[in-house]
Design a protein around this ligand. Structure first.
Ligand SMILES: *Cc1c(COP(=O)(O)O)cnc(C)c1O
Length: 438
């Protein structure tokens, strides 16, 4: 499988690379995103028989065509075993509506799978066993985070051989839970608290990537969420959900609709690729909070990026979703074709709180703010002949302050930051370089 740029215009639009190169490069030469050259169909027998296939085998068959030139079977199997190491249950919430709980992994949010998968791929690609490689240098992963990505990357890359991780986060602007997850691991994970905003952190990281002198001394890599190694394994959620719904005999003759709480549109893009392989999902719902850029695009056919606005479902506070390019590419910019497969819905903060309260009262099911957006979007558009599944992308306890607005007597777990190890720097590039070179 080759990977092409989502940008067909401009210079370097003929770029064609392997999975390995796509993972290492991150972005294409013409600043687009990598996309698989073709999406192979899986045989119908695979879907007919899926409830009898073991989860890791499903993952292997789904991912193999996308990576086989860069990873051998044994490597892929090992990566899958280390990535899918927690349960991903489908849970019935109410009549015809099910939740896919993606939060039982290390950092209790769905980005774990992508981060772990990517870390293991990089570890293979930079492996010291390569005979010509006589340097003995680690790769340094440098990321800026506003919270969730940092904790997923910290956990995903923890203790992975040959990789050092530096995570920059803005002081006082991530939740105690997220800070706990980034700062208490140690070993190859270093958390750097920056006096500034998320944008300042991102600027420092960009400066490092543009610093030729620094890059001669260290191998820098990013663990950005647009990386194909983070995107592709997210396809597996949809296959594993379908398997369970089929096995539990919940589908009958009804059609499956999936609602995805969306920000950068990465998770839903993976779902759309899964659909393209033949997975029987009739349509997707992009469930958004007040950040409605993609919703407006589907309404008007015009893409107009916005500044992000802050909401209770903060992992979806994205005004210019980076994976929009992938969706546009997949549907060849055909708005009607896109709308056949995807609809969008927006849910404001008041409705999010009300949904958390209502769902808890009626179904005794606790939603987190992201899942609440997904469920409400689904509830409002589900047809008679359909079965609905929404993704529960984060554990409610990560957002206990918001849950308490809906359910006042909700008890949150306390976070112990006494073992936190972090470095503090002012918003100062030279200090960052010093830490990287240490
Ligand atoms: C990242 C994230 C999302 C949004 O996923 P995208 O792939 O950016 O659309 C939703 N919920 C949670 C909890 C997240 O961390």
């Amino acid at each position: 499988m080759n990977y092409l740029s989502t940008r067909k215009n401009g210079t370097n639009n003929e770029e064609k690379v392997s999975f390995k190169e796509a993972v290492i490069n991150g972005l294409t030469k013409n600043s687009g995103l990598y996309f698989p050259e073709n999406i192979p169909s899986l045989p119908t027998s695979f879907f007919e028989n899926i409830e009898n296939i073991e989860d890791h085998q499903i993952a292997f068959e789904v991912l193999k065509p996308f990576v086989k030139e860069s990873l051998n079977d044994e490597q892929l199997k090992q990566i899958i075993a280390e990535t899918l190491n927690f349960s991903i249950p489908v849970v019935k919430v109410e009549d015809n509506i099910f939740s896919l709980e993606l939060y039982h992994g290390a950092t209790q949010a769905f980005k774990d799978v992508g981060a772990r998968f990517m870390s293991r791929c990089l570890s293979h690609f930079y492996s010291k066993n390569d005979s010509e490689d006589t340097t003995n240098q680690n790769v340094t992963i440098l990321v800026a985070t506003s919270g969730d990505t940092g904790s997923a990357v910290a956990n995903g890359f923890f203790d992975v051989k040959g990789i050092d991780v530096k995570i920059l986060f803005p002081k006082g602007k991530v939740s105690p839970y997220q800070e706990f997850q980034m700062t208490t691991l140690g070993k190859n994970i270093q958390a750097i608290e920056v006096e500034g905003t998320f944008d300042d952190c991102q600027k420092l990281v960009k400066e490092a990537f543009n610093d030729i002198e620094l890059r001669e001394k260290v191998t820098l890599s990013s663990a950005n969420s647009i990386n194909v190694a983070r995107l592709l394994p997210q396809m597996l959620y949809y296959f594993l959900a379908y398997k369970q719904l089929k096995k539990q005999d919940n589908l009958g003759n009804k059609k499956l609709v999936v609602s995805v709480p969306s920000g950068n549109l990465g998770n839903i893009s993976a779902g759309l690729i899964a659909k393209k392989t033949g997975l029987p999902i009739v349509r997707f719902i992009a469930a958004h909070n007040a950040n409605d850029t993609f919703y407006n695009y589907l309404q008007t056919g015009k893409y107009q990026q916005k500044s992000s606005v802050q909401t209770f479902s903060n992992a979806m506070d994205v005004g210019n979703p980076s994976n929009f390019e992938r969706i546009e590419y997949l549907y060849n910019k055909d708005l009607e074709a896109t709308k056949k497969d995807i609809s969008a819905f927006t849910v404001d903060d008041n409705a999010t709180i009300k949904e958390i309260a209502d769902c808890f009262e009626k179904n005794k099911y606790l939603l987190d703010p992201h899942g609440a957006v997904g469920k409400l979007a689904l509830h409002n558009s589900l047809q008679e002949n359909e079965i609905g599944l929404f993704l529960e992308t984060a554990h409610p306890q990560k957002f206990s302050e918001i849950i308490q607005k809906a359910i006042p007597n909700y008890e949150s777990e306390k976070v112990d930051l006494s073992n936190a190890k972090k470095l503090f720097i002012e918003n100062n590039y030279d200090k960052l370089v010093e830490i990287i070179l240490r």
